[in-house]
Design a protein around this ligand. Sequence first.
Ligand code: GUN
Ligand code: FE
Length: 450
Amino acid sequence: STSFNPAGIRHVFRGTFVHSTPHCALQILEDALVGVDTDGKIAFVEKGEDLSRFVIDFNLSDIIQLSQHEFFMPGLVDTHIHAAQYSYAGTALDLPLLQWLNTYTFPVESQFKDLDFARKVYKQVVKRTLRNGTTTACYFATIHTNASLLLGEIANEFGQRALVGKVCMDRNPSVKHYKETLHESQEETCRFIAELLDKKYPLVKPVVTPRFAPSCTGALLGQLGAIAKNNNLHIQSHISENQEEVELVKDIFPESESYTDVYYKYNLLTDKTIMAHGCYLSNEELALFKETGASLSHCPNSNISLCSGILNVRNVLKHNVKLGLGTDVAGGYSASLLDALRRAQDSSKVLAMQDPELEPLSFEEAFRLATLGGSQALSLDGQIGNFEVGKDFDALRVNLLVPGGPIDLIQHEEAKVLVEKFLNLGDDRNIVEVFVAGRRVVPFTDSKSD
Ligand code: GUN
Ligand code: FE
């Protein structure tokens, strides 16, 4: 049943592999034999006990055998993170969204005009998220084109798959120096896209990034919609995160029926659009997401930390809207998608306590949101998200029992227990290797570890 050229195989692993499919939130493949080809793609996924069919092709010593307390899982997908805000992650969580933006965010983002500062922060955020197992990140940078290009360069250098957005905003009544003119925003977005594509980084793509409706004039939103359409690009923004923000959008765009309708009118809701938050979307708005193929990024740490609201994930899933998880650093203070996965479960349990009709998210469903769900939300599920043959091998080698690590096992446990324990108790110490497109990117090579 297999046809592959053994000479084209780069790695063969044997052990437990766990992943999600659209029909099964947690599928466990015990004693699997997985081959990765020299292009970084999954060449085969077989039962390990059928090894005899492969011995003619491989030296047994070439097969990397996982231990009893290890497994491979798909890389984590962070569908929403502000790379520039990493500099103040873990602080400044005492104000609601709009005041938080004016007081902390805009002054810090202004500093990314300085490329040396940008390089420092962007290297740190790429390295930290990779160590935390984020193989794909969908980044907001700042309004500065050159610094945004630098973020793409650094993601490429460290081997992280990334969508990178130069932020667009031609309206900022509070911090007057941190904005662009309509013309600048449009010209610089085109320059950013052209120059990033020109670099031909294999894992990095540009995203059209209006910050959110209150930061943009209708004219800018319309131009960005056209740029995305003409170049078939991804789009990212924020929507319905906080009630005061929703009211502000009603005031600024009185002709629109809803927040979602603002983006829809300007051709910013497509099947390559990802919108962060969506806590206050109506069922009609969710139906418009479903109809257009646009997706949501659920960022529970941010939603709690900024007292924004709690997304009803069950209702989003019921509407068949594509959904992934995001850290939303620095509104979310953790740059770990494991944290997002845990808080997504806590949030859904809080809602279930208030409404016994609601079924809380299971750990298996949270696992799927963090991996396959994220890949679907970013329209990358043809390429990543699980261990289907033909997809890129983006994977974490997880070891439950690392010296000095956070997890104890009292006895031998089945694979499902190992996964649940890692998701709830594990951290970067348990992520012993990270692969992106078949290349090992963690641990860092010596030249990258400083
Ligand atoms: N809405 C507009 N900009 C931002 C931002 O930087 N962070 C969050 N959480 N929401 C936003
Ligand atoms: Fe955000």
